[in-house]
Design a protein around this ligand. Structure first.
Ligand SMILES: Nc1ccn([C@@H]2O[C@H](COP(=O)(O)O)[C@@H](O)[C@H]2O)c(=O)n1
Ligand code: CDI
Length: 159
């Protein structure tokens, strides 16, 4: 059996925070604000997997008032979502995700992001696609106030 899920997340850009997207530390004058490392792409991917499993969202699994998640790498949370998926006897068929950011340029980092996500999800690199787009300066992403990400995933049952 196959199941499909979508995920969407937004974080605010502020000075004094690291910009971590897809587990890659991207040099930039601002970073994303959040309780964890605020990795907006990994959050959207986790929500798409949990969505496919009909198991709610990351806020339910990793509450943002729990000190154990303060500044945690979202790749660690992704590994926990992987374990939940494995327990349910599913594996990733494919993931397609989009980062919506006016700046900075994501293209030099996309390869490393794909490698990080494929490694944690124990999925072939060819099953993970990550794209980036500006919004032609329109909206909150276009004004540089924040970055959003969207993900869709297909899970395949192992049983
Ligand atoms: N933050 C971003 C946004 C976009 N890109 C790449 O640039 C290409 C053109 O973007 P448009 O928004 O003008 O369509 C796009 O294909 C992305 O590959 C990027 O690297 N970083
Ligand atoms: C990841 C969690 C937990 O540290 O915190 P944030 O980094 O604030 O991210 P958000 O996208 O609001 O989602 C869920 C949270 O519970």
């Amino acid at each position: 059996m196959m199941r499909i899920g979508i995920g969407y997340d937004v974080h605010k850009l502020v000075v004094g925070r690291a910009l971590i997207i897809g587990g890659v530390n991207i040099p930039y004058e601002k970073g994303l604000l959040g309780h964890s490392d605020a990795d907006v792409l990994v959050h959207a991917i986790m929500d798409s997997i949990l969505g496919a499993l009909a198991l709610g969202d990351i806020g339910e699994h990793f509450p943002d008032n729990d000190d154990q998640y303060k500044d945690i790498s979202s790749l660690i949370l992704l590994e926990r979502v992987y374990n939940i998926m494995k327990e349910a006897k599913y594996r990733v068929g494919n993931i397609d995700a989009t980062i919506i950011a006016q700046k900075p340029k994501m293209s030099p980092y996309i390869g490393n992001m794909r490698e990080n996500i494929a490694r944690v999800l124990k999925a072939p690199l060819s099953s993970i696609n990550i794209k980036a787009t500006t919004t032609e300066r329109l909206g909150f992403e276009g004004r540089g106030e924040g970055i959003s990400a969207q993900s869709i995933c297909l899970l395949i049952s192992d049983s």
